[in-house]
Design a protein around this ligand. Sequence first.
Ligand code: GLY
Length: 438
Amino acid sequence: MRILLVGGGGREHAIGEALVRGGAELYVVSKHKNPSLVRLAKGYGLAKETDVGKVLEYAEKFGVDMAFIGPEAPLERGIVDIFEENGIPAVGPSREAAKLETDKAFARAFMERNEIPGRKVFRVFTDVSEMRSWIDDFGKPVVVKPIGLTGGKGVKVVGYQLRDNEGAKAYAEELIRRDGKVLIEERTDGVEFTFQVFSDGKRVIPMPLAQDYPHAYENDEGPITGGMGSYSCSNHLLPFVTREDYERALETLKATIEVMRKEGTPYRGILYGQFMLSRDGPVLIEYNARFGDPEAINVLPLLKTSLLEIAEGIVDGNLGKAEFEEKATVVKYLAPKGYPGNPVKGVRVEVDEKAVEEAGARLYYASIDENFNLLGSRAIAVVGISESLEEAEGIAESAIPHIRGELFYRRDVGTKKSVEKRIELMKELGREFEPNPC
Ligand code: GLY
């Protein structure tokens, strides 16, 4: 089966690797040539992922049987609908279903209208003075979000850091002037976690939970990025997420899929719930209509079931099972110095792939070209996989010295100290629980 993978980042490297392992003949289209995907693919086309016409031309030229869409931006352009109109089934939601990610006001209204568990109080404003007086009357901390896609990376905070409501009002005003509208939500305190599921529009197959480290610098400081690393545990939970929390979060995702189907916009693909574990349980911070990056790199190397079979099940509407190894994973992203605001670009990186392999780690290439020049975003993910989180973290660390260049990374991703910090935070919020082993 010939599959066209759209996208060339670390997430797509993990998807491409899993597809090939599952028996696919891989073709890729992305805006740069990812050094590993070049090796894995039988054919490679260069195009912006949002240039759907060009991507379709490549799909037809390669004679693919199916497509797998990595990033969100082409979903917003309706790539899945356009491919299907041209006889090529694609893994990913339709343009309408992808609005769960691409239109945050749509997502909140959907949750509210259908009483999806894990929802929050929200308002959409087009008028500055109405927005200001609502925030004053609300009297509780809020978050401010643009309605549309932000690229997730390096954006001036899309909300959760605006600790004071004066700052929130000023930012909301800026967004109304820029976009014509803004989303205001009640702020929820807690610890975030990622819950990704596969769905064929009816069935929902969960993947192991993961925790992302969105801040650029250690100790959760600095600007928000696409994610500087992430970890997952061998029991597929997280140390601070109880089995009951897990079931409640899964209920949110299952109810979402069920209602999308009933509303006539079946959701097929990967649904990613970004949850905040609050004092009272999981609250949905946002939906994403695709795998997380880096979280795909935590879960896909553990996938025992063929990703090709899963992809076929998604597009045919007969998704079966997905089994994952019971191992812990730690992903650490190396990013160019200055990322996300002012990254070094065009400088070569030296990677001793053999030494990384000997250290027991894996590499996933992202924003780096086939000559190993930095392109400005997160460049290389190093992954440790083992029985325990501590071992997995040690493996990832031991491989990093074999990559040299104008790069930085967060040493604290997946460390005992940083995990304990999150457990303590939940305890300070008044939750009583016995942390899960990891
Ligand atoms: N790591 C966050 C995301 O993929 O959106």
